[in-house]
Structures are given as structure tokens and as C-alpha cells.
Design a protein around this ligand. Structure first.
Ligand SMILES: NC(=O)c1ccc[n+]([C@@H]2O[C@H](COP(=O)([O-])OP(=O)(O)OC[C@H]3O[C@@H](n4cnc5c(N)ncnc54)[C@H](O)[C@@H]3O)[C@@H](O)[C@H]2O)c1
Length: 325
């Protein structure tokens, strides 16, 4: 009898998804990745870390990859039938708040229609034990209190946060109607290898590695930076743990750090790096630490990467890759 757990990972070729795939392979799971190979990147030019082939090319022979869009129900249905998943982790979506603000229709199609299409096919799957929806800390808007708990007020400040919150409600509603078990996770400020987007830790590292100053836009701005391997582990625990049923979990490091602290960690690793401070970007919600006590208690989630450790590992990764640019 085949006892390997079968996972269906939408968006598995992406930044977080590719780390989930590697983690699941280490756990001996059988994996189908469903991905359209649409890479949502900031309009700052081609970025080779966003090339999905680079992310998982060494394990292509160990996973099944279906190239398809969530809005194409026929391809999606076929892929689900063939996989007969025990668990679905749903990441595929536009992941950028800035982009969603300027392309709200596209964001809605990606986040809402994609999720709804997928949910509509779940009743047909007799093997399915859990559907995990990957939401975002952007559903909270400004954090009501620090650390922000899952039940805190949610007043998103961006189209992206609003759509993610709406998708969470659709997941819950669908589960109430059709009895599909789910868990929802809210990651935040994820950083690490293969991020196709120039998020803040990567910008700091790349500037320092190129001998340019590290520009800190708002030195007191605090984020709960989370190394992508911890994020991936937290999401997988939410799938596998029986107690996660119909629950929502913050998944982060659980410890805020300011942009200045992050910049100083980067500077400590790269000789000669200089830090310069500037005004903060006021369009972003005021955030900070997320409470991860629920994830620790119920899932046994225990993030392994301090910001120092995560930045060091990410720095090594970038050093190797940037050498050839
Ligand atoms: N990166 C972060 O800091 C962060 C924080 C919180 C939540 N999230 C959420 O995590 C998820 C993954 O984010 P990421 O940073 O890995 O993004 P990513 O862009 O690297 O990965 C998303 C993947 O989904 C695929 N995809 C997108 N739309 C699709 C569609 N309609 N059909 C099939 N495949 C599609 C893309 O091709 C890509 O491989 C997203 O839902 C995002 O909102 C990310």
C-alpha cells in the first residue's frame, strides 16, 4: 500500500511554494505542483530568481508539475483527479500589494476567482483531508496591538489585503456549505533565497554587496521578518496537524525588528557597507510583531531562524549568484 502523503501545491514553482516543495520532499511526500508560471514581479526588469526553472530544476524528476491556470477549471480538475490529494496547499496568486493597488481587476481575478475555482472542485475529491489557504498579515491593516493576534481587528489598507481577507471568508463559507476541512495561515515579511521580488532584505544585501549604501526608508519601521524555510515549515504543519481544523494561524518569526536593525545586521556581514537613513514610505500599514503563540501551542511551530541567521544564509546564497551577473 502506498502510504506516502499526497500534496497538491498551487503556486509551487514560486518563492514560498518552492521551499514548501523541498521540505515536503524531505518528508517523503508525493507532490503535484500546479502553477501557471506567471511571475508577478515588481516592474523593475527581468529577475532571474523569479525564473521558476531555476527554483526547482534539481528536483524536477521527483515531482509532478502541471502547467495550468487556476482560472482554467478543466485543466485544474484533471490535475486534481490525477493527484487525488490528501492535502492541498493553495499559494498561487498575485503576491504584491503595490501591484494589486494599480491592477485591482487582475488582483481580483488572481486572488478571488482562482481561489473560488479551486474550492468548487474540492467536493469531488474523496481523499482530501485538509485545504490550506495561504493568506497574509496584510489582512490586519495597521496592527491593532502588538503582538497582533489572529482575532484582532482587520481593516486592510490595500486592495491586496482586502482581497486576501475576502478569500479567507470564501474559504470558510465554502467549508461551512460543503464540509471541506481547512486551515488558514497568515505569513508576513518573508525573505530568503529565490524571492523573485526585491523586498527590503534583498535590496539591503544587494546594495551592500555591490558597494552601494544601504538605504533605510524609515529606520523605526518594524517588521516581523520571517525566513522562508520557517514559513514553509509552518504552512506544512498547518496541513498535517489534526488540531488545525478550521483554524487561522499567524506564521512568522514572532519578533519584530526595525529596518535599521536589519540594515545593521547586513552591514556587519559585508565589510565596508554603509547605512543611510531616509523618510519612510507612508502608504504601508504600521505593523510589527505577530503573535505566534497559537501556532506554537497547536501546531508545535517553532521558527529556527533568527534574523541574524536568516540574513547570513541569504547573504551566502546571493553572493554565489550575484558573482555571475
Ligand atoms: N512573499 C511574502 O512575503 C508573502 C507574505 C504573505 C503572504 N504571501 C502569499 O504567499 C503566496 C505565495 O507568495 P510568493 O511570494 O511565493 O509569490 P510568487 O509569485 O513567488 O509565487 C506565486 C506562484 O503562483 C503562480 N501563480 C500565480 N497565479 C496563478 C494562477 N492563476 N494559476 C496558477 N498559478 C499561479 C505563479 O506562477 C508563481 O509560481 C501568495 O498567495 C502570497 O499572497 C506571501
Amino acid at each position: 500500500m502506498n502510504e506516502r502523503k499526497r500534496f497538491f501545491v498551487t503556486g509551487g514553482m514560486g518563492f514560498i511554494g518552492s521551499h514548501i516543495v523541498r521540505n515536503l520532499l524531505e518528508k517523503g511526500c508525493e507532490i503535484t505542483v500546479f502553477d501557471s508560471f506567471i511571475q508577478y514581479v515588481e516592474p523593475s526588469g527581468y529577475d532571474r530568481f523569479a525564473n521558476p526553472y531555476n527554483r526547482l530544476k534539481d528536483v524536477f524528476d521527483k515531482i509532478k508539475i502541471v502547467r495550468g491556470n487556476l482560472t482554467d477549471s478543466n485543466t485544474l480538475r484533471r490535475a486534481l483527479y490525477e493527484c487525488q490529494p490528501d492535502y492541498i496547499i493553495h499559494l498561487a496568486a498575485m503576491p504584491l500589494a503595490n501591484l494589486a493597488n494599480i491592477a485591482p481587476e487582475e488582483a481580483k481575478d488572481s486572488i478571488i476567482s482562482g481561489t473560488t475555482n479551486l474550492l468548487c472542485l474540492l467536493q469531488e475529491l474523496s481523499s482530501l483531508k485538509k485545504f490550506v489557504y495561504v493568506s497574509s498579515s496584510m489582512v490586519y491593516g495597521d496592527f491593532e496591538m502588538i503582538p497582533v493576534k489572529e482575532e484582532a481587528i482587520k481593516e486592510p489598507k490595500s486592495v491586496y489585503g482586502a482581497l486576501k481577507l475576502c478569500a479567507e471568508i470564501i474559504v470558510k463559507t465554502y467549508s461551512n456549505l460543503y464540509g471541506v476541512d481547512y486551515a488558514i495561515v497568515r505569513p508576513t515579511a518573508v525573505y530568503g533565497p529565490y524571492d523573485g521580488n526585491k523586498r527590503v532584505i534583498r535590496i539591503f544585501l544587494e546594495n551592500a554587496l555591490r558597494g552601494e549604501p544601504i538605504q533605510v526608508k524609515g529606520k523605526d519601521v518594524a517588521l516581523d521578518f520571517t525566513y522562508v524555510k520557517d514559513t514553509a515549515e509552518g504552512i506544512i504543519l498547518a496541513a498535517l496537524n489534526k488540531e488545525s481544523s478550521r483554524e487561522v494561524f499567524n506564521i512568522s518569526r514572532g519578533e519584530e525588528k526595525t529596518l535599521l536593525e536589519a540594515a545593521e545586521i547586513v552591514a556587519s556581514l559585508i565589510p565596508g557597507a554603509k547605512v543611510e537613513c531616509d523618510e519612510k514610505d507612508s502608504s504601508y500599514p504600521s505593523r510589527g510583531t505577530m503573535s505566534i503563540s497559537k501556532a506554537k501551542r497547536i501546531l508545535g511551530y517553532s521558527p529556527k531562524y533568527s534574523l541574524e541567521k536568516g540574513i547570513k544564509e541569504y547573504c551566502e546564497f546571493l553572493k554565489e549568484r550575484l558573482g555571475g551577473q
